[in-house]
Design a protein around this ligand. Sequence first.
Ligand SMILES: [Zn+2]
Length: 49
Amino acid sequence: MLRLFKKRCTLCKKQEENLTTYKDRINQTLHVCSVCKDYAERRAFQKIV
Ligand SMILES: [Zn+2]
């Protein structure tokens, strides 16, 4: 299988399979890895389920 569609973390650009999707204050979608999740939550980004 090709891995062309693997997502990257918006913050650290690391490829990870389990990214959490957030929305920031200007409604931009962010894909955040588990490492950057803390940061995103501290910035009060909205979690999209
Ligand atoms: Zn990250």
